[in-house]
Design a protein around this ligand. Structure first.
Ligand code: FES
Length: 120
C-alpha cells in the first residue's frame, strides 16, 4: 500500500490501485490508520466506506452489491455507498464514507487527518 500526504495535512491519501484493475461490481480493501476501507466500483462511480458494519462485526466487503447499495452479509441491512446511511434495521448508524479520487486512472482514498495527527 502506498500513501501520500494530502494538502496541508487535511487528508491522507491511500493508493487503492488502478481503476482498470477494479472491475464493475468488484471491491478492493485497503488498510490505513488502523482501518479497513472497502472500495466499491459501481455504475455510479467508485465509493469508499469502512469495511465494518455498524451493527456487529461483519465485513461489508463480503456483502452483496446491488447498484449503490451494499447488503451486510450477516443480518442483511443495506447501506447506501453514497451516504453511508443504512436502509433499515438491525443497523441504525451510518457507516463512515471516504472520498475516492481518480487521478489519471489511479484510485486513492482520502482519509481525514485530525490536527493532532492521530486517528480520527
Ligand atoms: S452485522 Fe451487519 S446488519 Fe448485523
Amino acid at each position: 500500500m502506498d500513501t501520500a500526504a494530502g494538502d496541508a495535512g487535511v487528508a491522507e491519501r491511500v493508493r487503492v490501485g488502478l481503476l482498470a484493475d477494479l472491475r464493475l461490481d468488484e471491491v478492493a480493501v485497503v488498510e490505513a490508520r488502523g482501518r479497513r476501507i472497502a472500495v466499491f466500483h459501481t455504475e455510479e462511480g467508485v465509493f469508499g466506506v469502512d469495511d465494518r458494519c455498524t451493527h456487529q462485526d461483519a465485513a461489508l466487503s463480503d456483502g452483496f452489491l446491488e447498484g449503490c447499495l451494499i447488503e451486510c452479509p450477516l443480518h442483511a441491512s443495506f447501506f447506501d455507498l453514497r451516504t453511508g446511511e443504512p436502509s433499515g434495521p438491525p443497523a441504525t448508524r451510518a457507516v463512515a464514507t471516504y472520498p475516492v479520487v481518480d487521478e489519471d486512472g489511479e484510485l486513492f482514498v482520502e482519509l481525514p487527518v485530525p490536527a493532532d495527527g492521530g486517528v480520527s
